[in-house]
Write a protein that binds this ligand. Structure first.
Ligand SMILES: [Zn+2]
Length: 364
């Protein structure tokens, strides 16, 4: 009767074998409860198999929470509890949990008052002791877990520009898994920050963040350690109360990450995933000769103003603009040239920056 669940956190697969077993129990118990002899026999079988213990401790509830979970801190205690959850054979899907609760409910309805008292004493009283009391109003137990299979990122201030970029990087599987595989031999660089000990290393903090987004059972991860290791230009940790430009963040972030990836096995990762080659051409209106310059790019800035959509913006980039009174290197005349940008090699993953801000000398 005790079957190890094949369900996993964050997945939608339903363990139908387990659901079926619970449903059988839920059908049989009401049939036998009217006859006391049959009822006793059925309960004896249920007790022998350890089914109720299994439903309580393995499938539905987490006992021992108070000792290990530091609920409001979101510290490593919670991570340990998650590991414990993974180790046991929990019901994760709504269907499996519903079947387990239904079987439990039918079991309870078979109990005589004295048996019910024993049951409450054995399973419910310890659970009440173990579950930490909510420290504030508006407590939502369901708010503890992943939402639609995803673990989010907590915004500790005004760093939505950073969080949105990190989530997009995470959602590029080639980047995520290769980064997690990077062999990094540099020693830990422990530093104390607001009572926590943090490994002050951007690469490892990014890997840690990706690890949580991938595997954690919690609702969200606090990126504070990454903010600490991503320094401002003056060498201080990221000022989480300051809103910044996401494009600027991305450029600095890639630059620093590339430096940190250099000694690892994934030294070409950023280039392999995000880089392409852009060719800037100057075409002379007089002699028709073309001057070309190749350049590596990681993001493509596209104009939004006056554009009907992304293809239109790409077209404008290729069409180019006329620059007047330009000195041509080939015919050595002051003339008009067309400056255009072409994509010579496309990246495996294209990062597009929508340039909404228009620079104007009139309003400067
Ligand atoms: Zn010319």
């Amino acid at each position: 009767m005790l079957h190890n669940s094949t369900e996993r956190s964050g997945e939608i697969y339903i363990d139908s074998t387990r659901v079926g077993l619970f449903e059988i129990v839920a059908v049989i118990l009401p049939l036998v409860k009217k006859d006391d002899e049959h009822r006793r026999q059925a309960l004896a079988i249920v007790d022998q198999t350890g089914l109720i213990e299994h439903i309580h401790r393995d499938c539905l509830f987490y006992y021992g929470g108070n000792q290990e979970i530091e609920q409001d801190k979101g510290g490593d205690g919670e991570a340990a509890a998650e590991d414990a959850n993974e180790a046991t054979k929990r019901c994760y899907t709504a269907a499996a949990r519903k079947a387990a609760y239904t079987a439990l409910n039918e079991y309870q309805s078979c109990l005589e008052p004295k048996e019910m008292a024993e049951y409450l004493q054995g399973y419910i009283v310890p659970l009440l002791k173990d579950v930490a009391r909510p420290k504030k109003w508006k407590h939502q137990p369901s708010a503890k877990g992943r939402v639609h299979g995803h673990c989010g990122l907590i915004n500790p201030g005004c760093i939505c520009y950073m969080i949105s970029m990190l989530q997009q990087f995470f959602l590029v599987p080639q980047f995520r898994y290769q980064l997690l595989r990077a062999e990094d031999d540099t020693p830990e660089n422990l530093a104390e920050y607001k009572g926590d000990v943090i490994d002050d290393n951007l690469l490892r903090q990014l890997r840690r963040l990706f690890g949580y987004l991938e595997l954690s059972a919690r609702r969200a991860y606090d990126p504070k350690p990454l903010c600490f290791s991503f320094k401002e230009f003056d060498g201080t940790p990221t000022k989480i109360g300051e809103q910044k430009d996401s494009q600027e963040f991305l450029n600095i972030f890639f630059d620093r990450l590339e430096t940190q990836l250099k000694p690892t096995s994934q030294r070409h990762l950023l280039r392999d995933v995000f880089a392409g080659n852009q060719c800037t051409q100057l075409i002379c209106a007089s002699c028709g000769k073309v001057k070309s310059r190749m350049e590596l790019f990681y993001t493509l800035s596209l104009q939004v103003k006056g554009s009907a959509g992304i293809y239109d913006s790409l077209g404008q980039l290729a069409k180019g603009q006329t620059i007047e009174d330009f000195n041509c290197d080939f015919c050595n005349q002051r003339t008009n040239v067309v400056r255009r940008q072409l994509l010579a090699d496309t990246p495996n993953t294209l990062v597009v920056h929508l340039q909404r801000i228009v620079f104007s000398f009139d309003t400067l």
